[in-house]
Design a protein. Structure first.
Ligand code: FAD
Length: 510
């Protein structure tokens, strides 16, 4: 077994939280090692849009937005309602430190942010019109160190197809690439193919990790602390079932064989507390011929129906809210999304990836017919109900009012749509042939896990911290609980907690 004793901070995982922690630690002069299980950096974060819900920063000010820390607090209070005191403390730390973190990162020559127009997910006091999320600016491959360019996980549609990334890296790709550049530039050690399998302790303190690496098992020690930021357990079927997370490993958006909850298991072996373990960041998932699911948002037309052929919600809802509607009744998984030929037979929505319509039709994940009754026969849905639902929806498109679910009444509903009728979120299902696409319940990761204090220290059931052990990202119980307040909440919260954790490590006694 290899044994090394020469870093200050070990970061487990390489998503947005992990690499923010690593970058902040490396910039503070700490020796950092990042251990990533897969051969590529970035995990689900590299697939993401890179939206960061980081309120009250200079980026929103530059964009002239009516955003402030106080406004974000008002919004969170309205969305989350009453929260437990320990979670309140974590939210306050997040709100207080989001501006500092962005200010610090923007002093770095390798990272800048810009406003990303994308409405927040609830119509609540404190909401900023068109949203307050920010994103890292795009970067081209030529501007990256070649070793980093080769290590960034490609966007999901290319990664799943076994293709390399694009020349321009934007969104989550840019976030991972830029943070990894900082870590490498400051002398940090980015190790892919290193799966952390356990924690090393000494007199009740975590002093390192055990890993399986390219040269076999090894041990690495950290003088100041270990940050667990290794995703959730969305890739572990047994853990999902045991903890009651709806959905399925095959439908989850995380890269294959990445997030199986190793870090949570390792900390739980030291009696770490867990919470919100039944929770995920949910979304409707377009069923794929290979059994997978694709994150889908921004429906421009069409209706989602359950196995009785009935609509059950506003299809334009923010995706986590629609996913939760799907999870609420068994007859909603799978659902069918019914649309017409107005867009040439392609899905009138954004699916990542959509896949090839012909392949869908051949596999039966999509069925097509010249009439709604024909579609009902092909899907097994009751024809009279489906015809009635489509006719009713088409009537709503004419009046501009969805009398059943209020689709189009919120700014989010019309953000992605190009409709020309009285309600831009309501475009009718009129032009044959008609298509029904099978939908399952997908997720962007689980978000229940280790309980931490505001600085990311991992806590035991009795509330005492496990010395030397910190966690962020989907490895922890989300500070937002069962809510997804707005675009970038997963990354924004992960980044701030990771940065607070390494700052705490920087001032801890080695
Ligand atoms: P990941 O980013 O998945 O990183 C975890 C890493 O840890 C993985 O690389 C994994 O291989 C590694 N790992 C796991 N176990 C071990 C181990 N034992 N040892 C070493 N390494 C290990 N969120 C936003 O905030 N904004 C967005 O714009 C946004 N857009 C999205 C768009 C898409 C298409 C998808 C799929 C998701 C999106 N999300 C977005 C959600 C967000 O990407 C994830 O919830 C978040 O990135 C999870 O971060 P993480 O660090 O917890 O996990």
């Amino acid at each position: 077994m290899n044994s090394e004793h020469d870093v200050d901070v070990i970061v487990v995982g390489s998503g947005g939280g992990a690499l923010t922690g690593a970058a902040v630690a490396a910039r503070a002069g700490l020796r950092v090692a990042v251990l990533e299980r897969t051969p590529l950096l970035g995990g689900t974060s590299a697939y993401s849009g890179g939206a960061c819900w980081l309120p009250g920063t200079a980026v929103q000010q530059r964009a002239g937005l009516p955003d402030s820390t106080e406004g974000a607090r008002t919004y969170l209070d309205a969305v989350l309602g009453e929260v437990e005191p320990d979670r309140r403390a974590r939210l306050e730390a997040f709100l207080a430190h989001a501006p500092d973190l962005v200010a610090e990162l923007e002093t770095d020559p390798d990272l800048d942010f810009e406003w990303l127009p994308f409405p927040e997910y609830y119509d609540a006091p404190g909401r900023v019109p068109a949203g307050r999320s920010i994103q890292p600016t795009a970067i081209t491959r030529e501007d990256l160190r070649p070793e980093i360019a080769a290590l960034v996980r490609p966007p999901v549609e290319r990664d799943r197809a076994g293709q390399p990334g694009r020349r321009t890296l934007s969104g989550g790709q840019a976030l991972i690439a830029r943070l990894a550049m900082i870590v490498a530039r400051e002398g940090g050690d980015l190790r892919v193919g290193h799966r952390v399998t356990g924690l090393v302790t000494q007199a009740d303190r975590v002093v390192g990790v055990r890993f399986d690496g390219p040269d076999g098992p090894g041990e690495l020690r950290a003088r100041r602390g270990v940050l667990l930021a290794a995703g959730g357990f969305e890739g572990d079927a047994a853990a999902r079932t045991a903890r009651g997370v709806p959905g399925d490993v095959a439908w989850s958006m995380a890269p294959a064989a990445a997030n199986t909850g190793d870090a949570i298991t390792a900390a739980a072996a030291l009696a770490a507390a867990t919470d919100y373990t039944g929770q995920g960041w949910f979304c409707p998932g377009l069923a794929q011929p290979d059994g997978g699911g694709s994150f889908t948002l921004g429906f421009r037309s069409g209706i989602m129906v359950d196995q009785h052929g009935r609509r059950y919600g506003n299809e334009s809802l923010p995706y986590d809210r629609f996913g939760r509607l799907m999870a609420a009744a068994p007859e909603r998984v799978p659902s069918w999304f019914v649309f017409d030929a107005a867009e040439g037979g392609r899905l009138p929505g954004i699916a990542m990836p959509e896949g090839d319509p012909e392949a869908h039709l051949a596999a039966g994940t999509w069925v097509r017919a010249d009439t709604i009754a024909g579609l009902a026969a092909a899907t097994g849905l009751p024809a009279a109900e489906l015809e009635e639902q489509v006719a009713r929806y088409n009537g709503f498109c004419e009046t501009g009012v969805d009398a059943d679910f209020g689709r189009g009444s919120d700014e989010y509903d019309t953000f992605f749509t190009g409709g020309t009728g009285p309600n831009r979120a309501l475009s009718p299902v009129l032009t044959p042939p008609f298509t029904a696409a099978r939908f399952v319940l997908s997720d962007l990761g689980t978000k229940g896990g280790l309980v931490t204090d505001p600085e990311g220290r991992v806590l035991r059931e009795d509330g005492t911290p496990i010395a030397g052990l910190y966690a962020s990202s989907n490895t922890t119980a989300s500070m937002f609980g069962a809510h997804y307040p707005g675009p970038g909440a997963p990354l924004g919260s992960a980044m701030v907690v990771a940065s607070l954790a390494v700052r705490a490590m920087a001032v801890s006694a080695p």
